[in-house]
Design a protein around this ligand. Structure first.
Ligand code: BGC
Length: 757
């Protein structure tokens, strides 16, 4: 980087202004805290729920009187300018010091205009689009009175049994880190005190996605080496991007639950990473430390505060015990002051002390939500998130003519389209797949539809899988009767679209599964549909990688649409009928069966690796009954067109510390459609002081090529891209040999070697 005198002067002026602003804020808060009683300070640490979305057994009570008494610092899951104005008025006009409240919400993948679930958004690999989705979410949520979102969720997960894999960006460290950065920037914008930006909260700190057996809230036991190299970087990326707040995770980490883990919250987060913002617990996470076995409520509340946690979500452990702990010398006044200061700072940065009602505009609520532009972006994002898994004989795209039968339990449920964690979505007014398709296609295509089968055969399971209003109608007649009726509808069609998979609440929080097949009753429907001899396209709804071995073998075309948000139906029509060529690529490996889990591309080699392409070798690392290969690898996704990759060209064979190497590859659109391709670059460090993964994603570029067009994509790799945390947890690059791979997915790559001198 070249440093100019003018550049240096500008940086110094900027630094000076940040310093002046910080001093102003410090002065203001010191002054305010000087007037606060210890009770009022503890009151600021209390975050209660407004009751619109509840994820635990506890619900906040007596909110109004607590606000007046100064016993509430923040409220979440309450929205609309009217309600928020009312609560804010109680705080600023009726509490002794008039300290405004911060208003939070789980704005995870859109506010009212829902974008695809985060795993789907990750499949776009489109950083601009992802940032834009967060910006739109911020515009809408702030228009409805909110100023703080519990997002981004950046927990890496390599276990699709874990339902919350749907809420993150998948298995990869690099991709997740890039997305974390974009989400924070999209929410927070350039100016946190603008009336249309939200404060971000990176969660769940930390390692929540590595819960044992994919069971939610479960234990994580992990080496520091793996943490630093694979699981922690996305949190750090969000913090480096300026995330204002951090949320603790529910899980135990190497013997100390995150919410009481001083090493995590103080040594790592503050001392090593320099995080300066506020840490909030997850829902009743302090109280849950009792069940983790760390002591009674007073003990665990003190432990949590001392660990570096500042705000207590819903459980009121801080509110009910910290004063006593202070009197008994179990916590210090300085610890309470620090927590209170950081919460007040967050409010200050949001501009709430200047104008506590800055987010309460009826006009903005009326004009800035579900706008035409927002919906158009959501439709584009949905279409770009879809991953074409199979397309035999170019069955897709379909022609806009004739009759299409859309059959399956996901065909007619608008409430399931937004996907999990869409608490603010208007479920009743979300179009179903069929309605959206009809809307997009007009009268060019005749659409017929039928339920085809229940979501799952067992009524009690279906109830668990369709909670929070995500209903899918049930038909209690014998399965064969329902299927036969559906087949009669299908027989009148030219093409069958099978709308199958998971209901949206089959993934997400507390939705772990051990069987990742399409539910058996739906599989039987699919078999019957295939037997008609008509072309069948499987439009697959899912919040996680499923095991699709049977479907891959028998169904000619599979389009994985995750849960695409408000505009799902229209976007599915856009892609099925070729207005948009699919370009999504998997952000997580699809295994052949559950027994292979965890299965991820960036694994270690072992001392007995299976020979490339081999099925089984005795005394090698493999299974007797299934190959080591995934069904669909990380980064995989087809297009209607085809892309050919040339050979990789390097501008030099070796680089010294501080130098760059340039890798060029020419990609040609050799098919019959214009299309977008995500060109992926992986690196393997062949020899190290510690073992290194067989491949790691280090760069990618999404390009758009007209049919017949070629483009040379250039990547610049620097010494920094070769760094990793060594045994002493020093982030360093080691001289030696490397292989660089480029290709359309993690498996199918060209390669070339180079050296770091
Ligand atoms: C979830 C968090 C969420 C919180 C508040 C918890 O159950 O784990 O992700 O932000 O509830 O709704």
């Amino acid at each position: 980087m070249k440093i100019t005198i003018a550049g240096l002067l500008i940086s110094l002026v900027q630094l000076g202004s940040i310093y002046a602003q910080d001093r102003k804020m410090d002065h203001f808060i010191t002054n305010l805290m000087g007037k606060m009683t210890v009770e009022e300070k503890i009151g600021q640490l209390n975050l209660v729920t407004g009751g619109e979305a509840v994820t635990g057994s506890a619900v906040s009570t007596g909110v109004e009187s607590k606000i007046k008494e100064g016993n509430i610092g923040g409220i979440f899951s309450m929205s609309s300018p009217a309600k928020i104005r009312q609560a804010q008025e109680l705080a600023v006009k009726h509490s002794r010091l008039g300290i405004p409240i911060i208003f939070g919400m789980d704005v995870i993948h859109g506010y009212k205009t829902m974008f695809p679930i985060p795993l789907g958004l990750a499949a776009t690999w489109d950083m601009e689009l992802i940032r834009e989705s967060a910006r739109i979410a911020a515009v809408e949520a702030t228009a409805d009175g909110l100023n703080w979102t519990f997002s981004p969720m950046v927990d890496i997960s390599r276990d699709p049994r874990w339902g919350r894999i749907s809420e993150g960006s998948g298995e990869d460290t690099y991709l997740s880190s890039r997305i974390a950065t974009e989400m924070v920037k999209g929410y927070q914008g350039a100016n946190l005190d603008a009336h249309n930006t939200l404060m971000a909260c990176v969660k769940h700190f930390a390692l929540y996605g590595a819960a044992e057996g994919g069971r939610d809230y479960h234990t994580t036991d992990m080496s520091l080496h793996r943490m630093y190299n694979e699981y922690l970087p996305p949190y750090k990326a969000a913090i480096d991007a300026g995330a204002g707040t951090v949320m603790t995770s529910f899980n135990d980490i190497n013997g100390v639950p995150a919410t009481a883990n001083r090493w995590l919250m103080t040594d790592l987060l503050r001392k090593q990473w320099g995080f300066k913002g506020m840490v909030v617990t997850d829902y009743t996470a302090i109280n849950e430390l009792i069940d983790h076995g760390l002591g009674d409520l007073q003990t665990v509340s003190a432990l949590s505060l001392k660990a570096g946690v500042h705000m207590d979500m819903v459980g009121e452990g801080f509110l009910s015990t910290l004063k006593k702990s202070l009197e008994e010398g179990k916590v210090t006044r300085a610890e309470i002051d620090e927590a209170c200061r950081l919460i007040l700072e967050a409010k200050y940065k949001l501009g709430l002390f200047d104008d506590p009602f800055r987010y309460c505009s009826d006009e903005r609520a009326k004009n800035n939500i579900l706008t035409k532009d927002h919906l158009a972006k959501a439709r584009e994002a949905a279409a770009k998130s879809f991953v074409l898994l199979k397309n035999d004989n170019n069955l897709l795209p379909l022609k806009k003519q004739g009759t299409v039968a859309v059959i399956g339990p996901l065909a007619n449920s608008g409430a399931n389209m937004p996907g999990t964690w869409s608490v603010s979505a208007d479920l009743a007014n979300t179009q179903s797949l069929v309605d959206g398709m009809k809307d997009a296609l007009g009268n060019k295509v005749k659409i017929m539809t039928h339920l085809g089968s229940n979501l799952v055969a067992d009524a009690a399971y279906q109830e668990r899988a369709t909670m929070f209003g995500r209903t899918i109608p049930r038909d209690e007649r014998p399965e064969q009767e329902i299927i036969s009726e559906a087949i009669r509808v299908a027989e009148d069609a030219d093409v069958i679209v099978a709308a199958l998979g998971e209901g949206s609440e089959m993934s997400g929080e507390s939705s772990s599964r051990t069987d990742l097949n399409i539910p058996a009753t739906q599989r039987r429907l699919l078999e019957a549909l295939l037997k008609t001899g008509k072309p069948v396209v499987l439009v697959l709804f899912t919040g996680r990688p499923l095991t699709l071995t049977w479907e891959d073998k028998h169904v000619p075309a599979i389009l994985n649409v995750w849960f695409g948000g408000t505009e799902t139906g229209k976007a599915v029509a856009d892609v099925l009928f070729g207005d948009i060529t699919p370009s999504g690529k998997l952000p997580a490996t699809f295994p052949q069966n559950v027994g292979q889990i965890p299965l991820y591309y960036s694994a270690k080699n072992t001392g007995r690796p299976l020979a490339e392409g081999a099925w089984f070798q005795k005394f090698r690392s493999n299974y007797l009954d299934v190959t080591n290969e995934p069904l669909y690898p990380f980064g995989y996704g087809l297009s209607y067109t085809t892309f050919e990759y040339g050979d990789i060209k390097l501008d030099k064979k070796s680089i010294a510390a501080g130098q760059h190497i340039q890798a060029d590859i020419t990609v040609t659109n050799t098919g019959n459609y214009d299309g977008e391709e995500i060109v992926q670059l992986y690196i393997r460090d062949l020899v190290g002081s510690v073992t290194r993964p067989v491949k790691e994603l280090k760069a990618f570029e999404k390009i758009s090529l007209k049919k017949g067009e070629s483009r040379t994509v250039s990547f610049t790799i620097s010494e920094d891209d070769l760094k990793f945390y060594n045994q002493e947890l020093k982030f360093t690059a080691e001289p030696g040999d490397f292989t660089l791979f480029i290709g359309p997915d993690s498996k199918n790559t060209k390669e070339i070697d180079f050296k770091l001198l």
